[in-house]
Design a protein around this ligand. Sequence first.
Ligand code: UD1
Ligand code: UDP
Length: 375
Amino acid sequence: MRLVSVVGTRPQLIKAAALQPLLRRHHEEIFVDTGQHYDDAMAGNFFGELGLARPDHALGIGGGGHGDQTGRMLIALEPLLEAARPEAVVVFGDTNSTLAGALAAAKLGIPVAHIEAGLRSFDRRMPEELNRVVADHLSRWLFAPTPAAVANLAIEGITAGVFEVGDLMLDLAARVSADVKDPAVLAAIAARLNLPIATGRFLFATVHRAENRSIAAMTAWTSLLGAVATPDRPVFLALHPGTKTALQAAGIALPRNVIVIEPQGYSTSLALQLHAAAVLTDSGGVQRESAWLGVPCLVLRDTTEWVETVGGHGSSAVLVGLDRETAVRELDARAPQARSAQQATERAAALHLVGAGAAARISNALQTSPREMGA
Ligand code: UD1
Ligand code: UDP
């Protein structure tokens, strides 16, 4: 089938890297990068690291408010899709690039395939929730990662074209994780960053959600990170450039023992998660990866669309919101400082991840035309 895939942000480049090798074996792919993320550390570097094809069309649309950004994407995508006349447009996840790709295609009558369909946080204040709902309702192929996602779609009346395929990001994590198990990998990262990063003796953090960029939220989560960081177990915060700008604009400084690092490459991100005592994040991707790696994870949100990761007793992740006392308590319970080096060493040694097979299922399902599916 002749396909256009639309990506734009870091997690979409990562998902595309998991799918592209198989997709290109069975289909003709025209690869479009909206440019929603544009710094090398957020976008450009992932092409080389993950072996992604260069985009056939790089639209260079980053920055701006939601309407402005999404509108410019629509304006650029419409003529491109009209000229390319693909049989389907593939979109990933829940960003503004997802929304623009799905909407531009649907308006031209081109069938949409949505990867990570059916996820719901049930919080419509999140821009991502709006993007997911719209993309799902416009799609012919709905590639759901989990049974819960399939059930969410059914509640909204969507049953045709739904495929439960597993988590595409697990396919890539399984491919890369064996290479980051070796403690020497961590030592090399420590040397490159010139920081004292040792197995189980640090916490890894990322924060980027829009709701965590208000002054009140930034005050709360910086204080939370300060409460869990100690001289013997600092927090390494891989800071999204949008969050960095927001902190600077608000004049909020990070507490002692919270050390900012640049956004890292994909395998470094996996290595820093695997060898950490614990992870603190509001990222959907990091939340799942830390669960697969078996690392305790404090989710700096009140809700999650990845309900399986916070499934109760025995699950590796817990929603702590921005409450510092809860965070300190949960961290002590899940990764007590006296034991975390040992825990991390054992975890890395035992790691054996198996892919979900999502890329193959998606690629196969795309060989069935929507008409044959009855859509
Ligand atoms: C976007 C997605 C979010 C996803 C995240 C992944 C939407 C609504 N949000 O959030 O779902 O989890 O990507 O990381 O699509 N910026 C830079 N350099 C960059 C990219 C962004 O400086 O390379 C700054 C810009 O000031 C920009 C701000 O970050 O205005 C926000 O970027 P944007 O792409 O709008 O949203 P994200 O917060 O990255
Ligand atoms: N990631 C990365 N470098 C970092 C932080 C995260 O490569 O410094 C990876 C992470 O391992 C995961 C993906 O980025 O694969 C998650 O993307 P992000 O947190 O930007 O977005 P979300 O998943 O929340 O949509």
